[in-house]
Design a protein around this ligand. Sequence first.
Ligand code: ZN
Length: 447
Amino acid sequence: MTLTSEIVSRVLRGRTVSFTDNPRLVGVTDAVTTHDDGAVILSDDGHILWHGDFADRPERYADAPIENFGDRIILPGLIDAHVHFPQHRMIAAPAKDLLEWLDRFAFHEEALYASRDHAEEAAESFLDRLITHGTTSALAFSSVHGQAADCLFRAAERRGLCLVTGKTMMDRNAPENVLDTAETGARDSAELIARWHGVERLRYAITVRFAVTSSEAQLRAAGELYADNPSCLMHTHLSESAGEIAFVKQLFPWSKDYTDVYERFGLLGGTAVFAHGIHLSERECQALHEAGSMVVHCPTSNNFLGSGLFDIDHLGAAKRPVNIGVATDVAGGTSYSMLQTLAEAYKVAMLGGRSFNAFDGFYLATLGNARGLGLASEIGTLDPGAWADIVVLDPTATPVLAARDELSETLEDVLFALMMLGDDRAVEATYIRGERVYGSGISQAAS
Ligand SMILES: [Zn+2]
């Protein structure tokens, strides 16, 4: 944990929910910490000083100002473990599958990020979208242009966000105006690592679009960069659609499977993050488990593009569990809301005959994603020492939610209804580093 100031700035009072572990692995009782009348006490430097029952808060914090949220749910800020910054406008663009969608929409939109002015403006709108949806951290793809990643880093730094991004490396099978080369891709990435990785709360992810759009020379260069910068993350796509998998087999005929392509070039690792992983074999799961990599479930995207059904039990099998995360994958995904994303994860689990409850969902969207990104000591938790990145959700935010809330008997009911029916309208407030950056109407009270 980071050293924190002991000077208190405020107390957030409400129903608090935080996780210490994965409820699917250790059971709900050991994984979830809740307080019906809880308090999260924030320091003046943006950290969490204390979390527990409001009535038990230490005497030394008794005079601190209180923001009283009553029955609202106070959670660690939501984390989006896979989202595309340069696609943020082109959400809901229909195509018959992933490869057609990339050709028809995504590459054209991303080409606009060659303009610094465009990228600067887009970075602000993109971060606004995250914050209004209660998302306080993200692992984001940027475009192929180094300056677009630079703009996003700069905008996130100004807002004090914990953000991970990287310039996309792609040197084939896409239009000329969104391609780099093995050499320029590695050089531009290295420059951005030197400029941004570890600055304030920012991290760099070595970002390979996917095996289809990188030559072997580029994959080798990316692997070397990852080996030279082991504290960076590695971020790419894996095993999303049938057409993509067939294309990878054609491009890399020597490979055992799709995962083997990345493995061969040194791109598996404890900080490697692979979006999708829908069609993984037993061998691939074993390799990802051994590497400690994270596979990120992107249900609204998978359903929208007809890519397939993520199998949470297959990936998480107890004999060799693969770390699982959850994400919007905007703009393949159809919502910025992590709540809507969890709703879709629930439906995908049901279609596959799997279970997925509210605790599973909120764990993944907070501590689960933080662990997969290697940031669990800083975000995804209400534990003292973590950054005070917090979201407050209103279980009665809409007439439909309010009616449903009347029937809720347990906290799990409340969280389930929020997960299934909630979206940005349910976000009452978002805090970054202890400062409220979104939301209004908080009742102030002395006790
Ligand atoms: Zn994606």
